[in-house]
Design a binder for this molecule. Structure first.
Ligand code: NDP
Ligand code: MG
Length: 388
């Protein structure tokens, strides 16, 4: 086992983010060296990370941030690449067993496809690109020769639960949802809620965009589409159950009605580590569940009337084409505006629904059409935000 650990090297794409920094803490605990690290624009944070982890290549999407980084790291042997083509090139030059894809948004697409050609495994945290263009990206990863292991906690739980039976015997996937900070509220009560209210997630600690997506249930809608692509299961075989305690991370029901679940404390490092070490398990970073203080586990149906974006995601999954991409792009714009205090919480619902209706095109769509629809949805959503 010790030899195995020494041989493993990882690339962390999106190393400065919430998942990226947690991946680096898992790498510390496993004693795994890093080969390639990438970031977007925060060069100070990235410089500190590069100094600590000494990657062979460091890349930043923002050109001027990359220039500053290059000057700052002039006393090291680290090669610095700049621009989104630099991030994609760095991913494609990785000499690593695993690439953890923790870049947010569609920007992850090209780096992940490049990494699939040189890394044995893609540990996939990114969800926006999978929602928008899952079929195309998963095919490209497969063609690149890499295996794909999910990092999102629900999909990691399903991946682990699926080992208990045959794929053909799966009756349904059951995704658990914490319900977010506004669980139980009716639509009229949601109108006045602020970004600070939405950022107070009851169980998980995550970046601001995904935390707001958890409050609207858009995140759970994205996860339905992610599960559909990752496990080749139609949306009608994916059920969402509200489970406030976030101890059961998701479940699989087989044809004999046996249900297999994966449980643990809500800590992303467990899922990140499993994706890196699969099929072996190493000592974990998160603590154990304390069964003495955990008095009950509760379950309920999601309220799709007050939180319509979950139902919209099922609809977008059924329509296909550019609808999921439009939904994800419009959501990103609307959540950004909400976080800046420019629109209200329920405006996010209206803007995303309206963008899917006006811009989304059902049926089949190639990658170029998806990228174009993403751009158009951003423009339309921006106009709608300014019109509020
Ligand atoms: P963060 O916003 O915290 O981090 C995003 C990372 O991507 C940062 O390193 C950022 O760099 C980098 N980045 C941003 N834009 C670009 C770009 N255009 N090109 C290259 N790099 C870029 O996000 P999270 O860590 O929260 O999430 C990452 C992904 O994982 C998302 O898709 C999210 O949905 C998914 N996910 C997150 C979970 C969580 O618990 N946080 C759970 C499950 C999935 P910089 O810091 O320099 O801007
Ligand atoms: Mg999740």
């Amino acid at each position: 086992m010790a030899d195995d650990r020494i041989q493993k090297r990882i690339a962390v794409l999106g190393a400065t983010g919430s998942i990226g920094t947690q991946t680096l803490s898992v790498a510390d605990s496993l004693g795994t060296p890093t080969d390639v690290l990438t970031a977007g624009s925060r060069d100070r944070e990235f410089e500190a990370i590069c100094r600590k982890y000494s990657p062979r290549i460091a890349a930043m999407a923002d050109e001027s941030a990359a220039r500053r980084l290059k000057t700052a790291l002039a006393d090291t042997d680290i090669k610095v690449y700049g621009g989104s083509e630099g991030v994609a090139a760095a991913a494609g030059e990785a000499d690593a067993d695993c690439a953890v894809v923790a870049i947010s948004g569609m920007a992850a697409s090209e780096p992940m496809m490049n990494a699939a050609r040189c890394c044995r495994r893609i540990c996939m945290a990114n969800k926006e690109a999978i929602v928008a263009a899952g079929g195309h990206l998963l095919a490209a990863i497969k063609a690149g020769g890499a295996e794909l292991i999910p990092v999102d906690s629900e999909h990691s739980a399903i991946f682990q639960s699926l080992t208990a039976g045959r794929r053909g015997d799966v009756l349904k996937l059951i995704l658990t949802a914490s319900g977010g900070p506004f669980y139980g509220k009716k639509r009229c009560e949601l109108e006045k809620l602020t970004a600070a209210d939405a950022l107070a997630h009851p169980t998980w600690s995550m970046g601001p965009k995904i935390t707001v997506d958890s409050a609207t249930l858009m995140n759970k809608g994205f996860e339905v589409i992610e599960a559909m692509h990752l496990f080749s299961v139609p949306p009608e075989k994916i059920e969402v159950v509200v489970h406030r305690e976030s101890i059961i991370h998701s479940m699989v029901e087989f044809r004999d009605h046996a249900i297999i679940a994966q449980l643990g404390l809500p800590d992303m490092r467990t899922a990140i580590q499993y994706a890196i070490t699969y099929p072996t398990r190493e000592d974990g970073c998160a603590g154990s569940v304390d069964w003495g203080t955990l008095s009950r586990l509760t379950f309920g149906k999601p309220d799709t009337e007050s939180f319509p974006l979950l139902a919209l995601a099922y609809e977008a999954a059924r329509r296909g084409g550019t609808c999921p991409a439009v939904m994800s792009a419009a959501d990103e714009v609307a959540v950004g505006a909400f976080l800046r205090g420019e629109i209200g919480f329920t405006d996010i619902f209206d803007i995303v629904e309206s963008a899917v209706d006006r811009v989304g095109r059902p049926g089949e769509a190639d990658l170029c059409e998806i990228v174009a629809a993403d751009g158009e949805a951003r423009v339309r959503a921006g106009e709608m935000c300014r019109g509020r």
